[in-house]
Design a binder for this molecule. Structure first.
Ligand SMILES: Cc1ncc(COP(=O)(O)O)c(C=O)c1O
Length: 462
């Protein structure tokens, strides 16, 4: 095991005339003693033959893929490397519009020509529904040049798409499928969770160990079953990922894999806790934590029960709920958007943690009165594309008030929280519809973000 090997080395008395500069001295609480560089016996992440090769082999076995790349720059670097490995300059790609910014950055860096698909929202809940296989079929039939489809499944809120059907459609049309599964690293470890993207036939998937498993921040995996893709991914990871990977993070991945090998009873206990929580939360009168309702929604294929989406039920916004839980109950949630706040759970949560959250929700619920409904987010018409993202950002620009920029082509992203996706992407024409939608969203308290921090000024192509 890598952690034990590092500890043994640290205690061996060997003097470090090499990086890092702290020389494994007392880390004042930080793990300097196991923070090394690629010295003899500790392999090389970019050309693994020894202990890191072993680690990646273990990861592949546990996650059910032929290849697994250990990542120390988060799913972000996995997405950049995977998109690059799966495309050539100026390829046409189809991107679900609710993808993470890393996907857009990959499109820009790889000079791709992106088309977008905007998923529906779940009726009345203001969160994105799953990606519709029919819509993907229609888009790929209409444009045979599309060579890569990128979707996010599960979403931040736990909504899972029918990856099996989407993968089959992509195969039929000669396109590849990359799934951003950053929030689904726990899926392979209990049959109470949805099937993982690789098990469903995706060509590649990226998953963040640090988000839902016991592993340190930035640890993630890039998975594929394809020999050809694995070869190219390895090359691209040496382009995008640090040449000084942290052994502390690699040891964390190794430990996480060690835990997963014998985790059945821990996951059984976790899913039992979740089931009990949903059952008990069913008696809340105003607040709600939907599970069955989400599973039964017509445009939700599957749902990750580990994500607790707590809705204010018209009594309070998600942000108000999150603030009350923090100030009155010392419970910090992951985030709040519109009508709901999101509690992210994991196999490391305790009975005591779930009880505290449930009791807090019961108390808040008993005090609820009146209606203070925040309008949920609904779909919008995507602006027309004038040029690709990379063409737009490489053109000369000038700053203009967004609301006076009708008809101009943006050189920036204009993002809205909620739902945190780009309403305008570089290269898109700022039209009247999108401006009035942005005005409405801003007026109802949503945050509008642009790349230059000078909103409402944005850069447009001059
Ligand atoms: C859906 C999704 N994809 C990718 C990422 C990037 O993951 P990481 O933080 O591991 O780089 C995030 C981060 O929040 C995310 O939510």
């Amino acid at each position: 095991m890598l952690f034990e090997k590092l500890k043994e080395y640290s205690n061996s008395g060997i003097y470090p005339f090499h990086m890092p500069g702290h020389k494994r001295t007392d880390g004042n609480g930080l793990p300097f003693d196991i923070d090394i560089t690629e010295i003899d016996g500790f392999d090389n992440l970019h050309e693994p033959r020894g202990c890191l090769h072993e680690l990646q082999k273990n990861a592949a076995e546990l996650f059910g893929s032929r290849y697994a790349f250990a990542l120390v720059n988060g799913s972000t670097v996995g997405i950049l490397a995977a998109v690059r490995a799966m495309t050539k300059d100026s390829d046409k790609v189809l991107i679900a519009r609710n993808c993470h910014m890393a996907v857009y950055h990959a499109v820009e860096l790889c000079r791709l020509d992106a088309e977008y698909y905007l998923p529906d929202t779940v009726d009345g809940l203001g969160i994105f529904a799953c990606v519709s296989p029919e819509a993907i079929e229609q888009r790929l039939s209409a444009d045979p040049a599309i060579s890569l489809v990128v979707i996010t499944s599960p979403t931040y809120e736990g909504i899972v798409s029918d990856v099996g059907s989407i993968a089959a459609i992509c195969r039929k049309h000669g396109a590849r499928l990359l799934v951003d599964e950053a929030h689904g690293a726990h899926f392979p470890f209990s049959d109470k969770f949805p099937q993982s993207a690789i098990q469903c036939g995706a060509d590649a998937a990226v998953t963040s160990l640090h988000k839902t498993l016991p592993s340190m921040t930035q640890t993630a995996l890039l998975l594929t079953n394809s020999d050809e893709l694995a070869q190219e991914m390895k090359r691209q990871l040496s382009v995008f990922e640090t040449s000084s990977p942290s052994y502390v993070l690699l040891a964390s991945i190794d430990r996480c894999l060690g835990f997963l090998k014998h985790s059945q009873s821990a996951f059984d206990a976790y899913t039992k806790r979740l089931t009990a929580f949903y059952e008990a939360a069913g008696s809340l009168r105003h607040l709600s934590v939907p599970y069955e309702r989400l599973l039964k929604s017509q445009n939700v294929f599957d749902f990750d029960m580990g994500k607790l989406c707590i809705f204010g039920g018209g009594c309070m916004s998600g942000k108000e709920l999150m603030d009350i839980l923090r100030s009155d109950y010392h419970i910090e949630l992951e985030m709040a958007l519109g009508d709901y706040a999101l509690a992210m759970t994991s196999v490391c949560d305790t009975d005591e943690g779930f009880d505290r959250l449930l009791n807090a929700l019961r108390e808040i619920d008993s005090r609820c009165s009146g209606a203070n409904h925040t309008a949920g987010f609904t779909a919008f018409s995507l602006p027309q594309k004038h040029c690709t993202i990379s063409e737009a950002v490489n053109k000369d620009g000038e700053m203009l008030d967004l609301y006076k920029a009708e008809g101009k082509v943006s050189r920036e992203y204009v993002r809205v929280y909620p739902p945190g996706i780009p309403m305008i992407v570089p290269g898109e024409v700022i039209d009247r519809d999108i401006l009035s939608r942005l005005r409405e969203l801003e007026a109802s308290g949503n945050e509008i973000l642009t790349d230059s921090s000078a909103f409402p000024l944005i850069s447009i192509i001059s």
